[in-house]
Design a protein around this ligand. Structure first.
Ligand SMILES: CC(C)(COP(=O)(O)OP(=O)(O)OC[C@H]1O[C@@H](n2cnc3c(N)ncnc32)[C@H](O)[C@@H]1OP(=O)(O)O)[C@@H](O)C(=O)NCCC(=O)NCCS
Length: 211
């Protein structure tokens, strides 16, 4: 546990590189994904960049006095976010990521398939849990209550925006995160699994919580 004074504050554009850094260092089922894909920006370009670009008012960072060492990012309205991802985020990346073959042949192509199908974010029953979020902390800042505090910050912002509930999708292998969400009152949702059928067979669990 890092012994520094930390604060939670709204995201600023100057946090962008730190947020990308936290994202890639926690993107392999909670562990370090650096070197796993052809670019270390791939995971942040899917799971961090679109949130801070499209929904900056729902982005909060944990600042240790030097930099952002953790964040919670998300949207109160997943269906609107999925549309904005297609209309404004995919064009912004200007062809950096090609459309992969169908079905994808490896882990990288699975991620590219997710990027090119933001409509996957919308599923039957979403109306009850229309908000969703991603939360990540650098390892020295995990296990000290910051995760709970960041979640509560997001709940307040999403509830203020009118969302009745929030959901998360967790890589099923990330047992630590599953334990964390259960502790915070999230319960498993029966959602048809993503039909991304590459060899990576990344399965995700959907969890929801009323706000
Ligand atoms: C998952 C993560 C966000 C949790 O944040 P954290 O700061 O470590 O968690 P906290 O210390 O705030 O824990 C909050 C509560 O959950 C409990 N908890 C945490 N992990 C738990 C686990 N695996 N099982 C059961 N309870 C757990 C804590 O004991 C604490 O309980 P309390 O507040 O009632 O005392 C953080 O560990 C992390 O960033 N991990 C790597 C990235 C990641 O996996 N992100 C999620 C991707 S879906």
């Amino acid at each position: 546990m890092a012994e520094t004074t930390t604060v939670i504050r709204p995201y600023r554009e100057t946090d962008h590189a730190a947020v990308y850094d936290v994202c890639v260092r926690t993107a392999d089922a909670g562990g370090d994904a650096r070197g796993k894909y052809h670019s270390d920006d791939l995971m942040p370009d899917l799971f961090a960049g679109p949130y801070v670009f499209l929904e900056p008012e729902f982005a909060f960072v944990l600042d240790d006095g030097q930099r952002a060492v953790g964040y919670v990012i998300g949207t109160p309205d997943t269906a609107a976010f999925a549309r904005a991802y297609r209309e404004r985020w995919i064009p912004r990346l200007a062809g950096r990521y090609p459309v992969p073959p169908d079905p994808p042949a490896n882990a990288e192509e699975e991620m590219l398939a997710l990027h090119h199908r933001p409509e996957r974010l919308v599923w039957p029953g979403l109306e009850e849990y229309p908000a969703h979020l991603h939360i990540d902390l650098l390892p020295p800042f995990q296990g000290a209550g910051h995760g709970r505090a960041l979640m509560e910050t997001f709940y307040a912002a999403a509830a203020q925006a009118g969302a009745p509930g929030v959901h998360v999708t967790v890589t099923t292998a990330n047992t630590r995160a599953l334990g964390f969400y259960h502790r915070l009152g999230f319960r498993r949702l029966e959602v048809a699994p993503l039909e991304i059928t590459g060899p990576g067979e990344t399965t995700v669990t959907y969890l929801g919580r009323a706000l």
